[in-house]
Design a protein around this ligand. Sequence first.
Ligand code: NAD
Length: 251
Amino acid sequence: VITGSASGIGLAARRRVERSGGLVIGIDRRDAEIEVDLADAGARGAAAESIRSLATSLDSVIVCAGIGRPEPATVSVNYFGAVEILERLRPLLAAGVQPRAVVVVSMAIVHEADAGIVDACLRGDEPAARSAAAGKGPLIYRSSKRALARWVRRAAITHAWAGAGIALNAVAPGVVRTPMTAALLDMPAQVARLRQDTPMPLGGPAEADEIAGALEWFASPACSGVTGQCLFVDGGSDAVLRGDDVWRRPS
Ligand SMILES: NC(=O)c1ccc[n+]([C@@H]2O[C@H](COP(=O)([O-])OP(=O)(O)OC[C@H]3O[C@@H](n4cnc5c(N)ncnc54)[C@H](O)[C@@H]3O)[C@@H](O)[C@H]2O)c1
C-alpha cells in the first residue's frame, strides 16, 4: 500500500515498486485504487476496509500522503491520516512475510514545533490537535511531522509492531522537487529562504526518486534489524543544523 501514490514522492515510490514486480494498492484523493480524503476520519476507516476486501496480507505500507498548508487540516492529513491508516492496516502487515512500514516526515522536524499540537497528536486527540493548530502558521506542518516522527519511535518498539515482526521507520526529506514545492521553487525570494532554513551541502533540491529509493529499501526485506529510525535524505541539512552530537541522552 502506498498513500499519496498519485504525485511526487509517492508516485516515484509506486513506479519503483512496480518496476521490481510489486503489486501496489494506491491511496490518494485521485488517480488511485482507493480514492479517499485522508483528512476525513470516517473515510480513513472506509479506505482500510476497502483494502481488507482486496488483500488478506500486506508486505509493506509506505505513507507519503501529506500537505504543507498552514491550516488545521494539515494535522489531520499528515499525522492522523498516517497513523490511523497504519494502525488499521497493522493486522494485514502482521499476516505478511517480513512486513515493513515506512512514513515520510520532513527535515523540518528539527525546526521549532508547537508543543500543544505535538502533544495533542501523540494523545490521539484530533479535535484538540486541530484547535491547537488554529493560527499557528508554519508551525502546523513542522509539528504534524515532529509528532509523526515521534510516534514512529514510540510505536516501532512495541509488542504490536516489533513484537509482530513489523519494522517501522521514517524518512525525512529536505527540499524535494515535486508538485508540492513547484510554485515555491519558481520564486527566487522563497528559494533563498529555503536555502537558509534547509541548507543542503550535498546539493539540492532533491528529485522525488531519490527519496523513493530510501522508501523502497525501508519497505523491502533488505531492511533487516532496523526499526524506529528516521533517515534524513536531506543533502546534509540535519548535520548542518543539529551538529555532530545528537546521541546524548537528555539530562
Ligand atoms: N516536496 C518536499 O520538499 C517535501 C519535503 C519534506 C517532506 N515532504 C513530504 O513528502 C510527502 C509527499 O509530498 P510530495 O512533495 O510528493 O507532494 P505532492 O503534493 O506531489 O504529493 C502528495 C500526495 O498526497 C496526496 N494527498 C494530499 N492530501 C491528501 C488527502 N487529504 N487525502 C488523500 N491524499 C492526499 C495528494 O493528492 C498527492 O498525490 C508529504 O508527506 C510531504 O509532507 C515533501
